[in-house]
Each structure stands twice: as C-alpha cells, then as structure tokens.
Design a protein around this ligand. Structure first.
Ligand code: SF4
Ligand code: SF4
Length: 174
C-alpha cells in the first residue's frame, strides 16, 4: 500500500492481515475458494478506501447507487493478501454498530448478505480470535466520524435484512 492511507484503516488492515474465520484452517477449502471466484469478488468499499483502490492492479472501482455514497471494488480473483479491502478481510462477519441508550454497542454477526458462504449457512464455530479482532477493528474505526456514520447505516440495513430473512423463514414453516 504505497498511497497515503488513513491511520485507522491502516491499523485495521494490519490487525486483520493474519486473521481468518477458521483460524489456521483455510476456510477456502470448504467452498473451493468461493470468495475469490464467486459473488464476493464485488466488495463495498469503506470510507477512505476508494483512493487506495483507484488504479490498483487487479482491482476495478465501480460507482454504484448503493453503499451510502461509496463505490464498490471488483477484484480479479487473485491478489496479494496485503492488498485486500476491508470487506474482504472481515468477511463473512460484520460488526454491527448500534446506538442504544446513548451508548454505542458493537455486535459481531455473520453477515446476512453472505448467503453463499458455508460458514454463514452452517453453525460452524468461527475462530474467537477472528471475532475479537473484527470487534476491536470496528471499535477503533468508529472513532472516525465518516466510518461511524457509514457503519451505522450498513448496520441498520443488515438488521432489516435479518428481520426480513426471519419473517420469510417463519412464513415458509407455516
Ligand atoms: S465463502 Fe466463506 S468459507 Fe468460502 S473462502 Fe469465503 S469466507 Fe471462507
Ligand atoms: S480481494 Fe483477494 S482474497 Fe479477497 S476475494 Fe478478491 S482475490 Fe480473493
């Protein structure tokens, strides 16, 4: 990462460099590396990431109408681990940022959008160290106002998706 990088983002990239959902077991073996060849190749960028991925070989930044004003990046399916965007590093988790009684709570969940991931579809135990690092990363990132607003917006959207998914599941059971 030669370009100027936002300090909170730099710390997040470094913290999550070695962490993986199942610890030392390469989860890509469960799904034949679906992350790098399936739907996950398009990743929503967080604030301050767009400038890092513009003109980066193997990545294409695409404007979209979603993602609260931030674009998406599409990867080639092969990359240097050190170059991955944040969404890839925390996948398939997401740290919900919830404001409750004047307090900010961070709750790490399996991302309900990641329906293709066998870890999300199963009850497979996720490495506690990975969960801890994702939570800590979120806690540090939200010290930045843009990050806080972005993550809070995504959190509200994910909570709506979860509610919708559970409503659909209960209708199917009836
Ligand atoms: S789709 Fe899930 S199990 Fe497969 S490589 Fe990605 S995170 Fe791991
Ligand atoms: S950024 Fe790299 S690790 Fe992440 S999905 Fe793309 S090729 Fe795979």
């Amino acid at each position: 990462m030669a370009k100027n990088i936002h300090p909170e983002l730099k710390e997040a990239y470094e913290r999550l460099y070695h962490e993986t959902p199942l610890g030392y077991y390469n989860c890509g073996r469960l799904c034949d590396g679906l992350c790098c060849r399936g739907d996950c190749k398009g990743m929503w960028l967080y604030p301050y990431e767009e400038e890092l991925f513009a003109d980066k070989e193997g990545f294409e930044v695409c404007e979209t109408e979603g993602n609260y004003g931030y674009p998406m990046v599409i990867c080639s399916g092969e990359c240097d681990r050190a170059e991955r965007p944040l969404a890839c590093r925390i996948f398939p988790l997401f740290p919900l940022v919830i404001e409750e009684d004047g307090k900010v709570i961070i709750k790490v969940i399996r991302d309900p959008r990641a329906t293709m991931c066998p870890i999300v579809r199963s009850s497979k135990r996720i490495d506690p160290s990975f969960v801890r690092q994702v939570r800590l990363t979120a806690r540090r990132l939200i010290r930045d106002e843009k990050m806080f607003d972005y993550m809070k917006n995504v959190s509200l959207e994910l909570l709506e998706i979860i509610e919708l998914q559970s409503r659909l599941a209960s209708e199917e059971r009836e």
